[in-house]
Ligand binder design. Structure first.
Ligand code: HEM
Length: 442
């Protein structure tokens, strides 16, 4: 097994549970912020931004011995890391934050799944080749042609609750729409979208959180079912390639099988089904909360829907669904003034970089009229920049357009408690209650 594979998606081992990390403490910067860094505490999960603000001011790079991560808070340092994939390897991106328990590792080893590094956690040489192939095929035409179907799905969901005067926007709209959208894009049957969504339900917590043993075992079984579904999807596309993104990739493979293997194709499809929906669900949910908490901006957007594309960017900057992402160093290096040893794990606080006042004026305030479009870090930066960004942007735009058109009079239900999925990387409210006067429906 190569070093990259050892860091792969499910390749954490029970030995990591009591691994004695090889770190020389004399190399640490003063770690006042480290002593306050509790990434799984309720306070941080609910609101990491106050911590980010203080850390950017006091210790924008610090080493946290408890988690064994170098935490990086400034925009420029994060961009520099993203832009140097040789030194800051993406191999760690999907490696479980919490080492797998022996029982889950046993289940994993008994399963017939062949996950390999694919795009998001791939090393530079093969990543470059594969990103060119899979990225070039992700064309504006392929994205734009599904717009009418996504719009009709969004309206179908709104139809189901618009006469009720009250709804949970997450459960009744935002949960399912992105899963359906990625399924249409890939050419999978709509009726399996919910099943795949449910199979991926605990994956964010298992890979980026502090899962229980039962959750780890459950996820390994779910992974197996999801992998089997993906293999069938790919096999079918190879027999009869459809007029969609997966069909394009299947035709490419059939015309020249040396471009990528069938297993690699399965891996990318497996990745895209997960990357393509949890993220968009959560970013949209956080965004709707921000808009309704800033009611004057919601009203302005409803009056002038041309503001929506800019509002989408502001949502992604202000409170996106991936608020931290990881790298591992391949050699001794520096971040800012700090010496970072080879093999160090690095946590880039994207949600902090995207609010850095040196780049975004009043970074902690939500402002859909903001000028610095698209500079935010929600989709990363550099060679691994999110391949699905155009699709995510389109979905978020349609959701906002249809809600603004049909329910401009909605309000947030007062006194809600905000419950987030507890992970190091993903951030999204689980529920968003809204209410409106049905007599005002048009
Ligand atoms: C709001 C929604 C989304 C957010 C916030 C998001 C965020 C991200 C981030 C932070 C990365 C890692 C970038 C890096 O390591 O430098 C990434 C990579 C990726 N995302 Fe997204 N994503 C979203 C939606 C999507 C969708 C809809 C798809 C699929 C259709 C997708 C597919 C991918 C893929 C394939 C990669 C790997 C690209 C590479 O390594 O070259 N994402 N995304």
């Amino acid at each position: 097994m190569t070093n990259q594979q050892k860091l792969g998606m499910f390749q954490s081992s029970p030995e990591e549970l009591d691994a004695n990390e090889d770190f020389n403490e004399s190399m640490c910067p003063a770690t006042k912020m480290a002593s306050e860094f509790e990434p799984f505490s309720e306070a941080y999960i609910k609101n990491p931004f106050d911590f980010f603000k203080r850390a950017r001011r006091e210790e924008p790079v610090f080493y946290d011995p408890k988690s064994n991560y170098w935490v990086v808070l400034n925009y420029t340092d994060i961009v520099n890391i993203f832009r140097d994939p040789e030194t800051f390897s993406a191999a760690l991106a999907r490696h479980p934050v919490t080492a797998m328990c022996p029982a889950a590792a046993g289940v994993r080893d008994s399963l017939d799944i062949s996950i390999e590094p694919s795009l998001v956690d791939e090393d530079p040489i093969t990543h470059k080749v594969h990103k060119k192939i899979f990225g070039d095929a992700f064309t504006p035409k392929r994205v734009n042609e599904i717009e009418p179907r996504i719009r009709s799905i969004v309206n179908g969901f709104i139809d189901r609750f618009i006469e009720n005067g009250r709804a949970d926007l997450v459960a009744q709209l935002l949960y399912e729409v992105p899963a359906l959208a990625i399924f249409i894009f890939l050419g999978a049957d709509d009726d399996k979208a919910l099943m795949v969504k449910q199979l991926g339900a605990v994956r964010a917590v298992v890979s980026w959180g502090q899962p229980s043993e039962d959750e780890q075992i459950e996820m390994m079984h779910d992974i197996s079912k999801h992998w089997e579904f993906t293999k069938q999807l790919v096999d079918q596309a190879l027999i009869s390639p459809g007029d969609n993104y997966l069909g394009d990739m299947a035709r490419l493979h059939l015309s020249d099988p040396t471009k990528f293997t069938v297993n690699y194709l399965c891996n990318v499809m497996f990745l895209m089904q997960f990357a393509g929906h949890e993220t968009t669900t959560q970013a949209s949910a956080n965004g709707m909360r921000a808009l309704l908490e800033n009611k004057d901006q919601w009203d302005a957007l409803c009056k002038d829907p041309k503001l929506i594309p800019n509002a989408v960017e502001e949502i992604l900057r202000y409170d996106s669904s991936i608020f931290a992402w990881r790298r591992i160093t391949t050699c001794n290096t520096k971040i800012g003034e700090f010496d970072i040893p080879k093999g160090s794990k690095v946590l880039m606080a994207l949600g902090s970089g995207s609010r850095d006042d040196s780049v975004f004026e009043n970074g902690d305030s939500f402002n859909i009229f903001r000028k610095q479009k698209k500079k935010h870090l929600a989709f990363g930066n550099g060679v691994h920049f999110c391949m699905g960004a155009p699709l995510a942007r389109l979905e978020m735009k349609i959701i906002l357009e249809e809600l603004a058109r049909r329910l401009p009079h909605m309000k947030m239900v007062k006194g809600q408690k905000w419950d987030y999925i507890p992970t190091l990387a993903f951030r999204g409210i689980k529920k968003l209650m809204i209410e409106w006067d049905v007599d005002k429906n048009s």
